[in-house]
Design a protein around this ligand. Structure first.
Ligand code: ZN
Ligand code: ZN
Length: 295
């Protein structure tokens, strides 16, 4: 079962990848329109960390305006006098030498000819409207906000978010001593099965009590654990429940021993075992007799 943290991390990764893909497609098309090096800029925008490549692209691209013929929409540059596609006049020119001139100039700077007061009617090229950029910038701001809100929502909706934390106790006991204390043939035969089994760890689980008295006991056997093994205990929770996490280190030597875990709270803690930091599988069997000699 995927933990809530894992699901959240996957969502985050997915959102980031989609955003990166959108940025890549946008930069490729936009750079191509502006006659910039589309492949290079796409690579820069997608690979550079923290979207720095994308930001640099947005700054640099200002020098390459994305101009269109106002009549047919063909991509043009500011140097074009007419649209190569439909022939629309895009700039004023000197009537005698055809040098491009600006609105309001009185004399041609190239041939010194007088320019007419009101020259030919022209339609200057237009900057292409850039709606996609607005969407991408909105996504960059909104995606983290939405994920943050989702995170809060999931935490509140999780049974642990509203429930009581409860407590957990873990003790070790030498297997022989434990069996003598409990005198339960079912536990003895379970241990024998476990010793010849293939799984990393085995556990018996016993649940008792009602309401606030409800508690759980685990008897844990791991073949690799020695009697003087040291272990660390942590408690975590996610969308699906609470966990008591026990990590053991084999200190070598010693005799076989059991871990006895007992806990309460709502929901009751589930067991997660690791050995030297590596998670191990654990076969859990429900039983209807107590397992904690101190309880
Ligand atoms: Zn045109
Ligand atoms: Zn001229």
């Amino acid at each position: 079962m995927l933990g809530y943290g894992m699901i959240f991390a996957l969502l985050l990764l997915l959102a980031f990848l989609i955003l990166l893909a959108a940025i890549g497609i946008y930069v490729y098309r936009d750079a191509k329109d502006r006659r910039m090096n589309a492949l290079l800029w796409t690579l820069v925008a997608v690979v550079a960390p923290f979207l720095t490549g994308f930001i640099v692209y947005l700054i640099v691209r200002g020098a390459h305006p994305n101009l269109r013929c106002p009549h047919c929409g063909t991509s043009v540059t500011e140097r074009f006098l007419v649209c190569p596609s439909c022939g629309a006049k895009l700039r004023h020119v000197c009537p005698s030498c055809s040098f491009p001139v600006e609105e309001g100039w009185k004399v041609c700077p190239r041939c010194a000819a007088q320019l007419p007061e009101d020259g030919e009617a022209i339609t200057p090229p237009r900057q292409k409207k850039d709606r996609a950029l607005g969407k991408i910038l909105a996504a960059i701001i909104l995606v983290p906000l939405v994920l943050f809100a989702l995170n809060l929502l999931l935490l509140t909706a999780s049974p642990f978010g509203g429930g009581e934390a409860g407590g957990v106790g873990v003790t070790t006991m030498e297997a022989g001593d434990y069996l003598q204390t409990m005198l339960n043939p079912e536990i003895e035969s379970w241990l024998q099965e476990s010793q010849s089994g293939a799984a990393d760890a085995y556990a018996l689980r016993y649940e008792t009590g009602e309401g606030e008295e409800r508690r759980v006991e685990y008897l844990v056997y791991v073949s690799a654990w020695a009697g003087d093994a040291s272990f660390s205990i942590g408690q975590t929770s996610d969308f699906f429940g609470r966990y008591v996490e026990i990590d053991c280190k084999d200190n070598g030597g010693g005799s076989e021993s059991f871990l006895i875990v007992s806990g309460n709270g709502d929901p009751l803690p589930q067991l997660r075992l690791s050995f030297g930091g590596h998670p191990v599988s654990c076969e859990v069997r429900e039983v209807d007799f107590p397992l904690d000699p101190d309880a």
